[in-house]
Design a binder for this molecule. Structure first.
Ligand code: BGC
Length: 742
């Protein structure tokens, strides 16, 4: 028995070996590795931030001590540094230049959370392609995006960079971005290697404070946080990045379970795993390593291939290998992963970037895509008396609010290379595009989102009085979300709420447009405004997009990728919650409790005395200028066996007067299982365009793999029993049909 096993092991080793040598890239890696000294190998694992053509950087490149440089942007500089690596280092291994190109390079698209609100994967892919075209023209071939952390806490500033709360939607968006960045073939000079980050669980950060601890049970990790990363591997993502947080006490940069067991063994990933900025070093502060040498050992053991800015590998690997603590084989594995990407990107054959006659920035086509994405990312939350789109009776508008004309803020977080001078603000767009139709009265009122200036409010009120309709642009400055920019109070900052109330008191209809990096608690403001568009930070073309929506040239089709809470105390709040043993079917609110009432647990249910239960607006919600009617769903079979699939369909009719797009959402519920399951889970969506009056049948296919979840033995399978399935316009509506898994 043992001999038989040994034979098969030997056979596998031989076959894998042959596979290596048969693959031209692996053969090249083998050959190059055989010529590399240990120091040169370690050099490949070292990523440094750019310092231009500094003497120190040049000398490190020449001596083979740098594998990758981040944040170097000038084409002449990147080409010159590359020349040093290729011509003046012993082995001539090219450098790989990296940058955070998160939602655009020069032409800025909506923040990723806004992009997710489009539910339009093709559009998102084309936006990432624009970013790749622009960024690669400066020599950058690696972006640290997409961020596919599941984010269910709007206090966390990095929710802006996420695709929201849902594993399925995030997976689809992540794959679209990866495809757009990487293009059809990595070796194309306009392809940008993508990076699935942050691996993993970063969004579960306690209290929504960045870099904080997370506690994630393995079933939740595997069911909620990991699926987008697995999808990224399947889509061929070139790189992964560790997260800063610890999960259950283990920081990701030293987490063998995550990085070796799951990523490499279970998912068969062969790309680069890079640390986050100084995250290897930070394992000392986490309190799990004594010093940088200890941290180096843990990170290498955990399979982190590249050290971003900890100076850990360059200073300690050699000594750890020489003393036998780390094997050179482990180092070779990492170097292989790094060289593999450099070969796949074609860097050995074409290390330099050609200087284009014109940099491909802000082309008409790119700006048009950015505008379309901004249009589709805006979510219409309220539209009393069909105030929007503004009709011909409106002869004048007062354009008010700190975000009405704030070129930098509308770009949002993480756009280091953006130039606000290229932003078209709502005010500029309304004046330029619609100024011949309506009189535009501009008065910011508050100059920035945190402004408390009462005199400004008084001026805004005067402007409002002179207009037929008030267009109020509120929200957050770009600096109030993003990395390390978390908030405990997620209401509208400054005196913006007071500004709205003052404007409302003029009696003029108010359209409120929210431009923010996260869900804000705006219950009071939504009840005061007549119409509300939630536009996130919409990027370079936010202004024209919003102007077209307001004046009816475009129809809203965005749907929330994340729940909007009523109060911050409800957080975390998400649609795919569990039922609990006492769902909130009865609620007595705080002001209805008789003074001096005795305590009783009879009739008690799961809710907050002050917030009640449920969100301000649910996941998937978004109105249109038209209306859509959903027929009851039809299911192709009443029962299925493991491995089979069913089709769920319904008819959708555009019953209103506008041609428009609708996002049909497909939800499923597992009614009884060995573990309590979410009350609903998104399993599919389709964005379809329907002319006024048109009806279309849409189908979703569901297989039993999609019903699988991890049980307490960590087995992923669908359990027999009853299920519900339905198709609806958001996560809170729709009538389910049932089927059985035999
Ligand atoms: C962030 C990463 C980013 C890296 C490089 C870190 O602080 O967490 O998301 O890619 O910096 O700029």
């Amino acid at each position: 028995m043992f001999k038989k096993k040994l034979f098969f092991i030997m056979l596998t080793i031989v076959l894998v070996g042959c596979a290596h040598t048969n693959d031209p890239i692996e053969a090249k890696i083998d050959e190059l590795l055989s010529r590399m000294t240990l120091q040169e190998k370690i050099g490949q694992m070292n990523q440094l931030t750019g310092t231009g053509l500094s003497k120190d950087m040049i000398s490190q490149i020449k001596s083979g001590k740098v594998g990758s440089i981040l944040n170097e942007l000038d084409l002449k500089t990147t080409n010159e540094l590359q020349r040093k690596a290729v011509k003046e280092s012993r082995l001539g291994i090219p450098l790989l230049f990296a940058r955070d190109v998160i939602h655009g390079f020069k032409t800025i698209f909506p923040i990723p959370l806004g992009q997710a609100a489009t539910w339009n994967t093709q559009l998102i892919e084309s936006g990432a392609r624009v970013a790749a075209l622009e960024a690669t023209s400066t020599g950058i071939r690696w972006t640290f995006a997409p961020m596919i952390d599941i984010a269910r806490d709007p206090r966390w500033g990095r929710i802006a960079e996420s695709c929201g709360e849902d594993p399925y939607l995030t997976s689809q968006m992540g794959v679209a971005m990866i495809k757009g960045f990487q293009g059809k073939n990595l070796s194309d000079p306009t392809s940008l290697a993508a990076c699935a980050k942050h691996f993993a669980g970063y969004g579960a950060t306690e209290s929504g404070k960045d870099y904080n601890t997370t506690w994630i049970p393995e079933v939740q990790l595997r069911d909620v946080y990991l699926p987008p990363f697995k999808m990224a591997v399947d889509a061929g993502v070139a790189t992964f990045m560790c997260s800063f947080n610890d999960i259950n006490g283990v920081p990701s940069s030293g987490n063998e379970f995550l990085n070796r067991q799951i990523l490499r063994k279970e998912w068969n990933y062969s790309g680069i795993l890079v640390s986050d900025w100084a995250s290897i070093d930070q394992m000392i502060k986490h309190g799990v390593c004594n010093d940088l040498k200890d941290a180096t050992q843990k990170a290498v053991k955990a399979g982190v291939d590249m050290d971003m800015m900890s100076y850990a590998y360059i200073n300690h690997i050699e000594e750890l290998v020489k003393s036998g603590v780390i094997s050179e084989k482990q180092i070779d594995e990492s170097v292989r992963n790094i060289l593999r990407l450099k070969y796949r990107l074609g860097l050995f054959d074409h290390p330099y970037t050609k200087e284009p006659a014109n940099m491909p920035f802000y082309t008409e086509e790119s700006l048009e895509k950015a505008k379309q994405t901004a249009i589709e990312s805006a979510v219409l939350l309220k539209n009393d008396r069909n105030l929007l789109p503004l009709n011909e009776a409106v002869k004048s508008v007062a354009v008010i609010g700190p975000l009405s004309d704030s070129p930098a803020d509308q770009l949002g977080t993480w756009c280091f290379d953006a130039e606000p001078s290229h932003s078209v603000t709502p005010l500029a767009a309304i004046q330029n595009l619609y100024g011949s139709k309506v009189k535009v009265i501009a008065e910011k009122g508050l100059t920035y989102s945190r402004d408390m200036n009462a005199q400004g409010i008084a001026k805004a009120v005067l402007a409002a009085r002179k207009a037929d309709v008030v267009l109020l642009f509120v929200g957050e400055e770009s600096q109030l979300s993003g990395e390390a920019h978390c908030r405990a109070d997620i209401s509208l900052p400054g005196a913006q709420s007071a500004l709205l109330t003052a404007l409302k008191n003029t009696g003029k209809p108010v359209v409120m447009v929210v431009m923010a990096g996260r869900p804000l608690t705006i219950g009071k403001e939504v009840s005061e405004a007549d119409a509300v568009l939630y536009a996130f930070h919409g990027g370079t073309m936010a202004g024209p997009a919003l102007a077209d929506l307001i004046f009816g040239k475009a129809v809203p089709s965005g749907k929330l990728p994340v729940t909007l809470p009523r109060m911050v105390g409800q957080v975390p709040i998400y649609y795919a919650h569990k039922m609990t043993g006492r769902p909130a079917d009865k609620m007595t609110m705080i002001d209805k409790i008789p003074v001096g009432a005795n305590q009783t647990s009879l009739g008690n249910t799961s809710y907050h005395l002050d917030a009640g239960d449920g969100p301000l607006f649910p996941f998937g919600f978004g109105l249109s200028y038209t209306a859509f009617h959903y027929s009851g769903v039809k299911i192709s079979k009443n029962s299925i066996s493991q491995g089979q699939s069913i089709t769920v369909s319904c008819e959708i009719t555009n019953t209103g007067k506008f041609d428009a797009a609708e996002v049909a959402q497909f939800y499923v519920r597992d009614l009884v299982a060995s573990l309590a399951r979410p009350v609903k889970e998104l399993k599919g969506f389709q964005k379809i365009s329907l002319k006024a009056g048109e009806t279309r049948t849409i189908n979703f296919t569901l297989n039993t793999e999609q019903l699988a979840f991890y049980n307490t033995d960590m087995i992923n399978r669908a359990e027999p029993g009853d299920f519900q399935a339905w198709i609806s316009t958001d996560s809170q509506s729709g009538k389910p049909a049932t089927f059985k898994l035999l």
